[in-house]
Design a protein around this ligand. Sequence first.
Ligand code: TXA
Ligand code: MG
Length: 311
Amino acid sequence: MIVPADAGGIRRAAALLRAGSVVAFPTETVYGLGADAFSEKAVAEVYRLKNRPSWNPLIVHVPDVAAARGLAREWPEVADRLAAAFWPGPLTLVVERAPHLTQVGADTGTIAVRVPAHPVALRLLEACGLPLAAPSANRSEGISPTTAEHVLRSLPDVPLVLDGGPASWGIESTVLDVTGPVPRLLRPGALGLREIREVTGKVLLPEDVADGSARPSPGMSKRHYAPRATVVLTDEVDLALVDGTVGVLTYETADVPGAEILSADPREYAADLYAALHRLDDAGVATILVKSPPDTEEWLAIRDRLGRAAA
Ligand code: TXA
Ligand code: MG
């Protein structure tokens, strides 16, 4: 059931969370499926509802840096600088997990934490007083939800969805591992590499760690973020292929009737991407032709998601 994120809605959501149930809530990136991060029962319900493989650990959402530190065995100096620059906001930090904590889902010895920037998420964290494990509120491998309606369509059994309107970033947080001497990108996301480098200097990219020694982000499976329709990336959309069974997702302008046309600005493109994929799925097309975005760093997260949607 979708509930407005007013004082009454937040009270109800907090009560459900404290009782060990799950609640979907808005963040600035995408909607999350929240649960008390250290309730085995609540976390198990998140995995069950999403059909998420048990090896894929969850991000824990906390209200502030102090709460994040409390979950870490070690809080590196670079984590402090990153938190000061970007929290609340779309950056997830992977740190060594405090030894007194039970595992959150899959056991990696580490914990992923972030302070979300959405006012509803922050009010909910305050009202329930719990760290909230929250993966994106969609079935595993599906498109992440950027509206409350998307959540219910993907996860009809979620007892309560707090409606905070459309997510402003529309793409998931950037996941950065700060357990090593040089921060390592585990998942490109809303926060750009350029901004991160201004704070940290060098950042290792997944391809920089060729010897397999570094822990990968378990969730970066090849197929992910995928609509029902088959996604095909293409440099030029071939109009001869377009008919009622083929949808088109492009940017800037296009002479393709019925195409979803997104912005040529990567931030605006990201904000609309998942909603556009949801609309194309709703239109019942079998194939979605997607014009490949430019091969530049600004488009890294978008290219990552489209590549996985097409896998
Ligand atoms: O923007 C976001 O991050 C959204 C909102 C709801 O906060 N959440 C989200 O969660 O995207 P999820 O579960 O869909 O993606 C979390 C990613 C996965 O790739 C997972 O493998 C990785 O973070 N992750 C979680 N804990 C980790 C850990 N301890 N070490 C390495 N990667 C981890
Ligand atoms: Mg997800």
